[in-house]
Design a protein around this ligand. Structure first.
Ligand SMILES: C[S@@+](CC[C@H](N)C(=O)[O-])C[C@H]1O[C@@H](n2cnc3c(N)ncnc32)[C@H](O)[C@@H]1O
Length: 197
């Protein structure tokens, strides 16, 4: 789902980058996102700051996808990352990306925007290699509902899931939830695809 103009501005501001750099990425590192030479897919990359942070891992390849062409345009032009690729794509239907072609999938706060969030998780599972890991951070649906009352960002009702529902769906998709770190209303996860695939 497209962001409202207000949320688009907030997501492109220095405060958003501060949180991503100082809180979210360090939590992903604690959850195990430390290996170099990985094929990484970032789902819902927005304006591309995640790619800057993930470049510290010297990935073998990095692909960021987002449904908003404006975000992809910003991601392509505002960072000096010649090896990063950015594409407009719907996360609930990522058929251009091959099965079992990625070592890590990274999601910074996007599922609560997507009515078909369950399909996104299924697609992430599909593109991961056996033993690959998905790192994701999401606020609770209750928190998003409260923000919407204040900011009118209008997140889709179908995507206001709680962390327990998210964890149940990760398990139902086939992921083994390896670790979870909770911080206030946010849950960060490392979910592993079985070696058996
Ligand atoms: C809250 S922003 C987060 C952006 C970035 N990950 C960050 O942390 O700054 C949510 C992003 O998800 C994207 N998005 C929403 N629905 C999507 C979909 N179906 N497929 C791909 N991206 C989507 C939006 O365009 C937006 O860039």
């Amino acid at each position: 789902m497209r962001l409202t103009d207000e949320e688009f501005r907030a997501m492109n501001g220095p405060m958003r980058r501060f949180f991503q750099r100082r809180i979210e990425m360090p939590i992903f590192r604690r959850l195990g996102l430390r290996d170099q030479d990985l094929d990484i897919l970032e789902v819902g990359c927005g304006p591309g700051y995640g790619a800057v942070l993930l470049a510290q891992l010297r990935p073998r390849s990095y692909l960021g996808i987002d449904i908003m062409p404006e975000q992809i345009e910003l991601a392509r032009k505002q960072w000096d990352l010649p090896d990063a690729e950015f594409l407009v794509m719907d996360a609930s239907e990522m058929s251009p990306i091959g099965d079992a072609s990625k070592d890590a999938v990274v999601i910074f706060d996007i599922l609560h925007h997507i009515p078909k969030w369950r399909e996104v998780i299924r697609e992430c599972y599909r593109v991961l290699r056996p033993g690959g890991r998905m790192y994701l951070e999401e606020p609770s649906g209750t928190a998003v509902r409260l923000w919407d009352m204040v900011f009118q960002w209008n997140h889709p009702r179908e995507a206001l899931f709680g962390h327990r529902e998210l964890e149940e769906h990760l398990g139902a998709t086939g992921f083994a939830t390896v670790r979870r770190i909770g911080l206030l209303v946010f849950g960060s996860y490392c979910a592993r695809k079985d070696e058996a695939g």
